[in-house]
Unconditional design. Structure first.
Length: 262
């Protein structure tokens, strides 16, 4: 059966969503940059962006004409943050960040990715290296491994990964990594750059033993070394235990029926 073409109104909504999606990571973008990222004509993007500005979902800098996320979008997101429990968890996360001097983030599972939904920066010792990317593959990130290792959906995620990557060594390596995380109670990741960055994550497990998310930190590996990891992981686990009952929804599948439907 032929797929029904979207009506013009629905197509405009889809395009507006595509424009908003270009702002992951909170950049400031020109209309030509937006057009390139959204793969749309400049005139179309300009018209959509101006409509989003009128709706307060975007803002336009009067000095540069560049666009950024608007306050209206933050207002729309606030009920979701409350529903997730992040408003109630925020004081605990900021206290942890201040105590260890590193930005603390919370990630939840969305499809095959670990998505950062909250960041708490410390009052001192902050640097941009501490900010995680908005979205990382579950199989390739510390937060993702913390989610997979302690979740009922780890087997399904691994099977998805195995179907995409037929190299047995890589699939076996993922199993080994997750077993290591289960034994130690936390996941680590070394991101190779000119100045390598290390990430550490612990699961946020609710009273029902289901994983709500992952609590993670990252910093230059020269700073976040084995000694510092030993010092901060107990505090991370304590905070994860304190905030877990505050979370009302789970960031991934929670039962076998839901898993089988994916």
């Amino acid at each position: 059966m032929a797929t029904e073409e979207p009506r013009s109104g629905a197509r405009a909504v889809d395009r507006a969503i595509g424009v908003l999606s270009c702002f992951e990571g909170d950049p400031e973008l020109s209309v030509s940059e937006l057009a390139h990222l959204a793969d749309l004509p400049v005139s179309t993007v300009h018209r959509l962006a101006q409509a989003l500005v009128r709706g307060r979902l975007l803002e336009q800098d009067p000095a540069t004409d560049r666009y950024r996320i608007g306050h209206g979008l933050a207002s729309l997101a606030r009920p979701a943050l409350g529903r997730l429990g992040l408003d109630s968890a925020a004081p605990h996360l900021y206290a942890l960040a201040a105590g260890i001097g590193i930005t603390v983030s919370v990630s939840m599972a969305e499809d095959r990715d670990a998505v950062t939904v909250f960041q708490a920066r410390p009052p001192v010792y902050f640097c941009p290296n501490q900010l995680p990317r908005d979205r990382r593959p579950l199989r390739d990130s510390a937060a993702g491994h913390a989610l997979l290792a302690f979740s009922p959906f780890d087997t399904i995620a691994e099977e998805h990964a195995a179907r995409r990557d037929t190299r047995p060594a890589r699939t076996a390596g993922l199993h080994t990594d997750l077993d290591r995380v289960r034994r130690s109670g936390f996941a680590t990741e070394l991101m190779p750059t000119d100045d390598p960055i290390r990430a550490v994550a612990v699961p946020i497990v609710g009273p029902d033993k289901r994983v709500r998310g992952a609590l993670a930190v990252q910093a230059r590996s020269a700073r976040l070394n084995a000694e510092l990891i030993r010092n901060i992981v107990p505090a991370m686990r304590i905070t994860a235990g304190r905030i877990a009952p505050l979370f009302q929804t789970v960031g991934g599948p929670t039962d076998s029926a839901e898993l089988e439907s994916r």
